[in-house]
Design a protein around this ligand. Structure first.
Ligand code: GRF
Length: 236
C-alpha cells in the first residue's frame, strides 16, 4: 500500500509531471488536489492539450498551459514533434496522459518511453480504444474498470501497472457506469503516480516493475483506495 504521506521525510526530490489533456480534466484535478494535500510529492511542470478550448487547461495557471490545435498541423508527426518539444522543455520526470484523446505517434512515445503513462477506462486488455463503457455494457460484463499503463506504440497495449473495478448494475447506462467508475479512476491515477514519483515504478522490456519486482498481473486498489502491493517475498 502506498499510504498517505508515506514519502515524507525520505528526502526525495519533488518530481515534475507533464500532464496531457483533451477534455474536462477531472483526472488532472485529482492530481492537483493530491499535490495540494501533500499526498503526492510532485509538481505540475506543464499541462498540454491538442485542443486549445479544453476545459482542463483552465484548472492550472496560464503559465503552465500549452495548447495548439492539432487539426491545424499538416500531419501527426508535425503536431507530435511540436508537442514533444514543448513537453521536453518543461523537463518532466513523468509524462501522464490524463484524458488525452489523441493517438500519440511513435516519435513522441520513443522520446518519453518508460516514463509515459496513460489512464484508460477499461480493464485492459479488454476494450482498447474508444467507447469502452458502451462496449462493456453491450458485452454483458458484470464488472468494468480502469487501467493505468505504460504507453507503447500499439494503442492501449503497454504494460498495465494497476487497475480498479466497479460492478455493472442492471439498468446501467454509459453515464451511470462512467460516474460510478470516475472516483476510482482518480484514486488509481494518484496512487500509481505515487509509486512513480517515489522511484518505485519502472518499465523494462515491456514489463512494469514495482520495487524492482516484475508485475505479472496488475496491482489493484483496495476498498480504501490504496494500491495492494504484495510484499517482495511473494510473486507479484
Ligand atoms: C477518463 O475516463 C479517462 O480514463 C479517459 O478519458 C476520461 C477523461 O476524463 N481517458 P477527464 O478529462 O480526466 O475528466
Amino acid at each position: 500500500m502506498v499510504g498517505p504521506h508515506a514519502w515524507r521525510g525520505v528526502g526525495l526530490k519533488t518530481s515534475r509531471l507533464a500532464v496531457l489533456v483533451s477534455g474536462r480534466g477531472s483526472n488532472l484535478q485529482a492530481l492537483l488536489d493530491a499535490i495540494d494535500q501533500g499526498a503526492l510529492p510532485a509538481r505540475i511542470a506543464g499541462v498540454f492539450s491538442d485542443r486549445p478550448r479544453a476545459p482542463a487547461l483552465r484548472r492550472v495557471a496560464g503559465a503552465l498551459r500549452w495548447s495548439e490545435d492539432a487539426r491545424s498541423f499538416p500531419d501527426r508527426l508535425a503536431f507530435d514533434t511540436r508537442l514533444a518539444d514543448a513537453v521536453a522543455a518543461t523537463e518532466p520526470d513523468w509524462v501522464v496522459c490524463a484524458g488525452y484523446m489523441r493517438i500519440l505517434g511513435t516519435s513522441f512515445i520513443d522520446r518519453f518511453r518508460g516514463r509515459l503513462l496513460n489512464i484508460h477506462p477499461s480493464l485492459l486488455p479488454r476494450y482498447r480504444g474508444l467507447h469502452t463503457h458502451q462496449r462493456a455494457l453491450e458485452a454483458g460484463d458484470s464488472e468494468h474498470g480502469a487501467s493505468v499503463h505504460f504507453v507503447i506504440p500499439e494503442l492501449d497495449a503497454g504494460a498495465v501497472v494497476a487497475q480498479c473495478a466497479v460492478p455493472i448494475e442492471p439498468g446501467d447506462s454509459v453515464n451511470t457506469l462512467a460516474q460510478r467508475l470516475l472516483p476510482g479512476e482518480h484514486r488509481l491515477l494518484v496512487e500509481v503516480l505515487g509509486l512513480a514519483v517515489t522511484g518505485r515504478l519502472s518499465e523494462q522490456a515491456g514489463l512494469a516493475y514495482v520495487d524492482g519486482q516484475a508485475l505479472f498481473r496488475p496491482l489493484r486498489l483496495d476498498s480504501s483506495g490504496h494500491l495492494i502491493i504484495p510484499d517482495a517475498s511473494t510473486s507479484l
